[in-house]
Design a protein around this ligand. Structure first.
Ligand code: HEC
Ligand code: HEC
Length: 369
């Protein structure tokens, strides 16, 4: 008899709790749907890029880029309103992952920063030109981590892990390692929209599925492509100071002025972690390849293979977050190094070194076309 009141309360509480959770889930589901339906405020760079590629709702799509370059273009299936908005959001996420150009960053970027620990990372820092880097004549560039050319590879054997890795997995991997964060769910809108955008890029550039293009991935530089002098920390440090420090900061922790990022962190708490393919001791060919083809910004392709390897070796020796494979002790050690080293280095810095001011960097930034 009296057992019933106690038990009943428990059951009622359980049912109420479940109903509450259900209502919350429905509410959030509805909110996501509302975001999917909402008009998209594009970043200025995405206005330019998607405008140039003629993204619009229509039954057929013909690439203005291909038409202009080859005099012909193939009509493919076009895009509905939902597709157009997904592509637009995807472009925004690559261009401005942290949402610094958005009115409501959480909503407009599907909370992408939630998956990233640092405050600097934007996909576009490495996947430059919003994942579609070109020279002034509109030619794609070798080793520029193109997202369109990556999408047409669809499923790809990853030579480091040996796994068959679809485009979505490769995105997830980049959140974990190159962005030092957490992986979004494979079906999360943040992944789906970037896939929609990358797929649109491949249509706009008329890339063929299954083909490999030079702009996919990195133009890797192995030790065998240098005069066998070995990779040298001291040499790397010297070149870094001369060619990179004015933008990326004296300790490569990145440089910000008035809340505006001059150049992202290559080391320290805001940088990619020890499990990123940018990390020299994990894969020694990728970072030198990135540097040689894509840096120093505005003077790309001016460094020798040896110089790029030396700088990469130096940068990778600076303290940075541990990756998901290093374990808690290494993570702690890296945290301590990242906290202790910068002030120590400032203390020991010789007074004679050329002082880098943010003003100088900005001057240089503005004089760039
Ligand atoms: C610090 C540099 C860096 C950042 C930031 C970065 N990536 Fe990457 N990304 C890389 C590198 C390096 C690779 C691996 C290239 C390789 O293995 O050849 C890669 C690979 C990829 C690939 C697979 C490309 C291919 O052709 O196989 C995708 C997709 C991708 N990244 C998406 C993203 C997204 C989305 C973001 C933002 C959340 C992002 N990346 C941020 C450096 C970066
Ligand atoms: C004129 C300023 C400038 C100079 C000089 C410069 N960088 Fe960068 N670097 C940038 C900017 C800005 C980005 C972000 C990508 C973009 O906006 O194109 C970047 C991105 C990078 C990235 C990928 C982003 C990341 O988080 O890892 C690496 C690696 C890098 N630079 C290395 C170098 C190295 C090495 C040098 C020297 C050889 C160098 N940079 C010189 C401005 C500069």
């Amino acid at each position: 008899m009296s057992m019933s009141t106690g038990k009943l309360t428990k059951i009622v509480l359980l049912v109420l709790g479940s109903v509450g959770l259900y209502l919350l889930a429905t509410h959030q589901h509805g909110q996501r749907e509302a975001i999917r339906q909402a008009a998209v405020a594009l970043t200025p760079a995405c206005v330019e890029k998607l405008g140039r590629y003629g993204l619009a709702r229509s039954e057929h799509y013909q690439s203005p880029y291909a038409l202009q370059r080859t005099g012909a273009s193939i009509a493919v299936q076009g895009y509905g309103e939902d597709d157009v908005r997904a592509i637009q959001r995807g472009c925004n996420i690559i261009d401005d992952t942290q949402g610094s150009l958005a009115k409501d960053p959480g909503r407009e970027r599907w909370n992408a920063p939630r998956f990233i620990r640092g405050t600097h990372v934007s996909c576009d820092h490495c996947h430059q030109g919003i994942g579609d880097k070109q020279d002034v004549a509109g030619n794609p560039l070798k080793g520029s981590l193109s997202l369109g050319a990556s999408w047409v590879m669809a499923d790809m054997y990853d030579r480091f892990t040996g796994l068959l890795s679809p485009f979505e997995f490769r995105q997830m991997q980049c959140y974990i390692n190159s962005s030092n964060g957490y992986k979004p769910n494979i079906a999360d809108d943040v992944i789906r929209d970037v896939t929609a955008y990358s797929r649109f890029l491949s249509a706009a550039l008329e890339l063929k599925i299954g083909n490999h293009y030079d702009e996919q991935g990195i133009d890797e530089i192995p030790a065998s492509a240098t005069p066998k002098q070995g990779d040298d920390y001291v040499r790397g440090e010297a070149i870094y100071k001369k060619k990179c420090a004015n933008c990326h900061g004296p300790q490569a922790f990145g440089l910000e002025t008035n809340g505006r990022l001059v150049a992202p962190a290559l080391a320290g708490p805001n940088a990619w972690n020890m499990q990123s393919r940018n990390y020299f001791y994990y894969v020694s060919t990728i970072l030198p390849g990135f540097i040689c083809r894509n840096m120093p910004l505005g003077e790309e392709n001016t460094l020798s293979n040896q110089e790029c390897r030396d700088i990469a070796f130096y940068i990778s020796n600076l303290p940075r977050p541990a990756g998901d494979r290093q374990g808690p002790l290494v993570a702690l050690q890296q945290q301590i190094l990242m906290t202790v080293l910068p002030p120590l280095m400032r203390l020991t810095k010789s007074a004679g070194g050329s002082e880098v001011t943010a003003e100088r960097v900005l001057e240089r930034d503005q004089s760039r076309p």
